[in-house]
Design a protein around this ligand. Sequence first.
Ligand code: CTP
Ligand code: CA
Length: 227
Amino acid sequence: ETEAPRDASRAGHDVLVTAGPTREPIDPARVLTNPSTGTMGYALAEAAAARGASVTLVTGPTALSPPPDVEVVSVETAEEMNEAVQARRTDADYVFMAAAVADYAPADPSTSKRKKTDDDRVLHLRRTPDILQTLGEHKQPGQVLVGFALETDDLLDNARRKRDEKNLDWVVVNDPTEDGAGFGASTNRVTLLRPDGATENLPRMPKAEVAEALLDRVLAARHEQST
Ligand code: CTP
Ligand code: CA
């Protein structure tokens, strides 16, 4: 598959960020989702826009206000997020995949409400598309893919495996069971897996500062590559 040639004069300025959870319908009254609040992705989008990047934020449902100077695309399901992201992948110099995408969705969502008196205790699930894996399969020269991994065990082994499987450049790992990190926290403590394989532990800091630190490193590394 060939991708359209990229306009070099704009290189380095298009940033695609995903944020928040996805929401997978079970029936008209119920969903499968996760505790992501979108804070890390929104902070990244805002920080990148403040640096002058052209930023698109594809977001699942959150309670956050749209960041200034960011094009916001709101989605609900993993399928919708996948379509929104794949439609924009050729324009993106950087992709920060901070969304907590549901891995499974109800296989056969009901159009009418399930009743407890049905006594049906089984929910059949299907796998959702792996958005980042598809991005990795179609990665363009010079494009930088940043994955986010929540891990409770073997953090770095799992992060390296995800980097290899999804053809990523950077992986941002954190442990949601740690104090002051993960879902809903205002701070985060992350470990970066860098493209050269080195790791870096960042101190616990507000998510806005984690976003700045990430942009400092990721944007600088690409600049080195291209000069
Ligand atoms: N991701 C994605 N599409 C999915 C699932 C995950 O794009 N269907 C992305 C996430 O946004 C994240 C990265 O893949 O940037 C890693 O997500 P994570 O849940 O840690 O990894 P998985 O590959 O889903 O593996 P597992 O949940 O089994 O650890
Ligand atoms: Ca997952």
